[in-house]
Design a protein around this ligand. Structure first.
Ligand SMILES: NC(=O)c1ccc[n+]([C@@H]2O[C@H](COP(=O)([O-])OP(=O)(O)OC[C@H]3O[C@@H](n4cnc5c(N)ncnc54)[C@H](OP(=O)(O)O)[C@@H]3O)[C@@H](O)[C@H]2O)c1
Length: 240
């Protein structure tokens, strides 16, 4: 029986590449997409390349959508081996602390934090049914206190509080969930893909989405002695 992976926001960008690479590693991949037609198009691309992929409608800020997806996975598969919380936004109108309005701040937290917690807790029963499930949350160097706090770092000049602070909160979700699941065999880590050429990252970014996906795939396929409660990029562990 193939292992099963769900990637949220996998209809494009880094999420689609994570799905592709997990498919190439032998997983049946579920392409989470808030627009089912876009998810089906992405799944169709992977299937045309000989991979096992299906689309699942999943809007991470809509509890009904989250519950429906979790119920479907439970009924059809009974377990989930990998959950990659990839879906995220830089909210429209995001800005620095002295400029940002409450709306963009709330939007960032709704998708990047509350959405992740809701998806993860809804899927925890099927993740517990797998032998050794892995949870990977997509983080960023813009959530790193070490990098944003270094005036010499280019990260210190980027003024997107809604994005940075929601991803920093997601880092804490990662650490706390890893602690809560310690001893269950489920490993929980965060992946920093680096700046990649996508709609979010800007099309002039140096890295490809496939390069960015690789670290998430490595954390999604960790062996039993792998880390938990850490953030990694392609070179290994990062400071928070
Ligand atoms: N690209 C970079 O340079 C970079 C750097 C560091 C970290 N990251 C992280 O890597 C991840 C992927 O980024 P990306 O560059 O691939 O972004 P992207 O191209 O903008 O893709 C984001 C994906 O998330 C989906 N999404 C957004 N809000 C959603 C919601 N409420 N419910 C369900 N799906 C939702 C989008 O769906 P739609 O197509 O429907 O909008 C899309 O599939 C994100 O977590 C991001 O923070 C990216």
């Amino acid at each position: 029986m193939k292992k099963l992976a769900l990637i949220t926001g996998a209809n494009k960008g880094i999420g689609k590449e994570i799905a592709r690479q997990l498919g190439e590693a032998g997983y049946l991949v579920l392409i989470g997409s808030r627009d089912l037609a876009r998810g089906e198009a992405a799944a169709g691309e992977l299937v045309a390349d000989g991979l096992d992929a299906e689309a699942v409608q999943l809007e991470v800020t809509d509890p009904a959508s989250v519950r429906h997806a979790a119920a479907r996975i439970g009924q059809e598969h009974g377990r989930l081996d990998v959950l990659v919380n990839n879906a995220a936004i830089i909210p429209d109108g995001d800005a620095g602390v002295t400029e940002v309005a409450a709306g963009p701040l709330r939007a960032g937290f709704e998708t990047n934090v509350i959405g992740v917690v809701d998806v993860t807790t809804a899927l925890l029963p099927v993740l517990r049914n797998a032998t050794a499930a892995r949870i990977v949350n997509l983080s960023t160097s813009l959530a790193s206190f070490t990098q944003v706090g270094d005036p010499e770092s280019p990260m210190s000049a980027i003024r997107t509080l809604g994005y940075n602070s929601s991803k920093a909160a997601l880092n804490m979700v990662t650490v706390m969930l890893a602690n809560e699941l310690r001893g269950t065999g489920i490993l929980v880590n965060a992946a920093d893909p680096g700046n990649c050429a996508t709609d979010m990252g800007g099309w002039d970014a140096a890295r490809t989405p496939a390069e960015g996906a690789a670290v998430a795939v490595r954390l999604a396929t960790l062996g039993p002695d792998g880390p938990t409660g850490q953030v990694h990029d392609e070179n290994g562990r990062l400071p928070w």
